[in-house]
Design a protein around this ligand. Structure first.
Ligand SMILES: [Zn+2]
Ligand SMILES: [Zn+2]
Length: 465
């Protein structure tokens, strides 16, 4: 029997615990942490998991083996059941620099990082799904292994790669997760682009910039010439490629020739081959700049997000589940919040229609979708059928990585979306546990994709920054 498109026990769990789940998401929102430094979020996740059915949940540090780490943790792994299939429900914990904002419908910055990508909601969707699922599995005597993985460092492209090294995804039959966003909630697959990111330093010779500039060799000149080389290269790259950079060190003062300067690059392209080629060309621009300025070039490849292999049968299956679950009912106050936020951000009058303020879930399923951003959920797709469903939880006008998303992620606009998405994940996993045919179908599709081995893709040395 089902209630609201859900197994009665999953529905019951959410009815009882939604308020606590909201508090967990708000706690992570109020303590935004960057990259691999998600200690508070990991601790909050451990506490929630332990209270809600996972007394043996593990707090650990990604990439350091699955050892308990209470000193400097950044991830949580919780498991229930045993044997096959192994279904992973995956969350994310990290925030973005400089995007702190109050949970109000306007720009009201809180200094420091903020959840401008809504990962506190991803954490909550996964956590709620896992706890509700465990509750149902235990009572219904369902066989198989459920594994909740709360991951750090998505925004620095490293979290899931490090956990992959720890073997967290190796035995999974399915990995599923949800990411919020201003587009409507959708189960359509989006491969996105791949990334290779580099951190490039130049070492020159310092000197008084007026007194003896001929003695100096400027590393900042080298950074600028490297960037110039890349700017000219843009005309000669394929349309799928996107390159962007940030000068991370430009010297200390105008009157000192800098002996050290650095720049960080993200190179994006549609597949693993294109992105490697693009990265190599960017490196050659750096080598050329070093020659021109008589400086020493020090390139470091800091992370990779490989091609994300989409599993169509898994996405279609989750679409079937999602269509049964009623869409979110937002209140007039919530629409008013979205309206004010939209007007404050755009500087224009917001549309009057509610569905133009916060998008309802998508009803149709149109197959593979294009996207230019990416996610380290890609790493999981080298191990098992993986689905990264997406959208909802913020005002439709919000651009990505933005204070408007920070604002919504701290309110019921975000929390309600995480709860509904969590229900899709929980119900999807619950029915999959009893459906070997589905698991086989997803694996059969996975095998047709000719996915290279993970080691082959990561056959490039990655260096810590
Ligand atoms: Zn992001
Ligand atoms: Zn994100």
């Amino acid at each position: 029997m089902k209630v609201n498109g859900l197994d009665t026990l999953i529905n019951e769990w959410y009815e009882k615990h939604e308020a606590e789940l909201d508090a967990y998401m708000k706690d992570i929102w109020a303590h935004p942490e960057l990259g691999l430094n998600t200690k508070h979020a990991a601790e909050a996740s451990l506490a929630f998991a332990k209270t809600h059915g996972f007394p043996d949940a593990l707090i650990c540090r990604a990439g350091e083996g699955l050892e308990e780490n209470t000193e400097n943790p950044n991830a949580v792994i919780a498991e229930f059941g045993s044997g096959k299939p192994v279904i992973g429900i995956v969350g994310e914990l990290d925030a973005l620099p400089g995007l702190g904002n109050k949970d109000v419908p306007g720009k009201d910055p809180i200094e420091g990082p903020g959840h401008g990508c809504g990962h506190n909601l991803i954490a909550g969707a996964a956590m709620g799904a896992a706890c509700a699922l465990k509750y149902a599995m235990e009572k219904e005597g369902i066989k198989g292994t459920l594994r909740l993985v709360e991951t750090p460092g998505e925004e620095v492209g490293r979290g899931k790669a490090l956990l992959a090294k720890d073997g967290v995804f190796s035995d999974m039959d399915m990995a599923i997760m949800w990411h919020p966003g201003s587009a409507p909630f959708s189960t359509e697959p989006q491969p996105g682009l791949c990334i290779i990111a580099g951190s490039f330093a130049f070492h020159g010779k310092t000197a008084h910039a007026a007194g003896a500039p001929w003695e100096g060799r400027s590393s900042l000149d080298a950074v600028q010439l490297m960037n110039m080389g890349v700017e000219f290269m843009r005309e000669h790259i394929t349309k799928d490629c996107i390159v962007h950079y940030q000068i991370t060190n430009g010297g200390a003062a105008p009157n000192i020739v800098p002996d050290y300067a650095s720049v960080k690059y993200f190179c994006r392209a549609a597949n693993n081959e294109h992105v490697k080629d693009l990265y190599d060309r960017v490196v050659r621009c750096g080598e050329g700049a070093a020659h021109m300025t008589d400086t020493v070039f020090e390139p470091k490849l800091i992370f990779i997000i490989p091609y994300f292999y989409q599993n169509m049968p898994l996405h279609e299956y989750l679409n079937g589940i999602a269509q049964q679950i009623p869409d979110i009912e937002y209140t007039d106050e919530e629409y008013e919040f979205a309206k004010k936020l939209t007007e404050n951000y755009t500087g224009k009058e917001a549309p009057a229609e509610k569905d133009k303020l916060i998008a309802p879930a998508k009803k149709d399923f149109c197959g593979m979708q294009e996207k230019s951003t990416c996610t380290d959920a890609a790493d999981m797709s080298y191990f098992c059928p993986t689905a990264h469903i997406h959208g909802g939880g913020t005002a439709l006008a919000s651009p990505g990585h933005h204070w408007t998303i920070t604002a919504c992620s701290g309110t019921s606009i975000g929390f309600k979306a995480a709860v509904r998405a969590g229900k899709v994940l929980a119900e999807g996993a619950l029915e999959a546990f009893g459906d070997q045919e589905l698991i086989d179908k997803c694996w059969a599709y996975h095998k047709t994709l000719n996915i290279p081995s993970y080691d082959e893709v990561y056959n490039i040395p990655i260096e810590e920054e």
